[in-house]
Design a protein around this ligand. Structure first.
Ligand SMILES: *Cc1c(COP(=O)(O)O)cnc(C)c1O
Length: 368
């Protein structure tokens, strides 16, 4: 066990490269690759990940919000950046940083056309269609409206058309996913026929890449897979988790029978217990639902359940029977203990725990 001294999120860039190569091996040599780096690259280190992906030669990066794209540009990223969920309030910032908006509704199209009016060269945009997720996107029958709006508007160029699967990881929803894919194909044919040129198409996220290889079109978009999780064991075994959350034992207590631990006395000891206090709480991303015995951490490879209520800055774990001392390292998740397993003990998913780790936790890049 090393001596990390404080709570640390290790970001392993060799694991990122491994995952990227794996995902690339699942797509055609001509298929473009978009790396999703929204939400601080799924809670890791947005700039470090984006730099690495740019060096690997990905075709696009994607963020959710304009602000995230601006941070990438300010950090020196030159790669093309798709903003999945832009808002008119940020068009100026988007334009200044040459970020490419996803245009997902008649209202957004209208306001972007207004904003861009008089611009000399054609500004790249991406049109998003809703094919069943019912979250963001134009409807199939909006194609004529879009074409009408874009007619003779040389300030805009539709670079790509895309949609998003609602249940790409769920084999029970295969039929639904296939219907989404067919509907998307129909939309693209209709749109291309009327637009007079051919934007490229993309639909698949990580689980889509694995489960619907026939629907790669010209590009795929991967997030969670790059960070080492595939939503299924059969995929996880080929991937390497990029982020490891480690902490240390701050203090050890011996607890007598009938004592309590933590706020509201939520843990009551039946017998003699030994507990360790760790510098990691709900303000660091370990939500209260991880407490009261739901989840555990690993100390010297042994399970130490989180007992009592999670505090803002600390958790207490039961280390009875584990040979450890103050200052010893504690593993919350990482390659030897997946974030998915940690998350599922509190009824949530890897995406949520990864993106929850707050900026207060020190990031350390390994294998740069
Ligand atoms: C977040 C996101 C992705 C990435 O999905 P993963 O499951 O993490 O691969 C792809 N496309 C869109 C539109 C997204 O919002």
């Amino acid at each position: 066990m090393g001596k990390i001294g404080e709570t640390t999120l290790e970001i392993d860039l060799a694991a990122l490269e491994h995952n990227f190569r794996f995902l690339k091996s699942k797509i055609g040599p001509e298929t473009k690759f978009l790396a999703v780096v929204k939400a601080f690259a799924y809670g890791s280190d947005m700039l470090a990940i984006a730099q690495k992906m740019e060096n690997f030669g990905v075709d696009y990066l994607a963020v959710a919000y304009t602000k995230e794209g601006a941070l990438l540009r300010e950090g020196g990223i030159k790669c093309r950046i798709l903003v999945l969920h832009p808002q008119p309030a940020n068009f100026e910032e988007l334009f200044q940083h040459h970020l490419e908006p996803s245009i997902y509704s008649p209202n957004l199209l209208k306001s972007f056309l207004q904003f861009i009016e008089g611009q000399q060269s054609a500004y790249p945009i991406h049109i998003k269609f809703n094919t069943g997720l019912n979250r963001l996107g134009f409807w199939e029958n909006d194609v004529d409206y879009i074409v009408e709006q874009l007619k003779d508007r040389t300030e805009i160029k539709v670079v790509s058309v895309f949609s998003h699967l609602a249940a790409s990881e769920d084999p029970k929803e295969k039929e639904f996913s296939q219907r989404q894919i067919q509907s998307f194909q129909k939309i693209c044919e209709h749109l291309n026929g009327k637009l007079g040129y051919t934007p490229f198409r993309h639909m698949l996220n990580t689980s889509g890449i694995i489960n619907y290889p026939e629907a790669q079109f010209e590009m795929v978009r991967s997030g969670i897979g790059l960070y080492g999780y595939g939503n299924e064991e059969k995929v996880d075994k080929y991937l390497k988790p990029v982020a490891s959350l480690k902490t240390v034992i701050s203090q050890i207590h011996r607890i007598e029978p009938n004592e309590s631990v933590g706020y509201n006395r939520a843990f009551k000891s039946e017998g003699f217990r030994t507990t360790a206090t760790l510098p990691l709480g709900h303000a660091d991303g370990i939500g209260r639902h991880y407490g009261n015995g739901k989840a555990h951490v690993l100390i010297k490879g042994k399970k130490a359940p989180i007992i009592g209520n999670v505090c803002m800055d600390m958790i207490m774990v039961d280390i009875s029977g584990i040979d450890c001392k103050e200052g010893d390292e504690v593993l919350v998740f990482g390659p030897d203990r997946s974030a998915e397993a940690f998350a599922s003990s509190a009824q949530t998913i890897s995406y949520e725990i990864l993106t929850a780790i707050s900026p207060r936790v020190k990031r350390v890049i390994i294998n740069p």
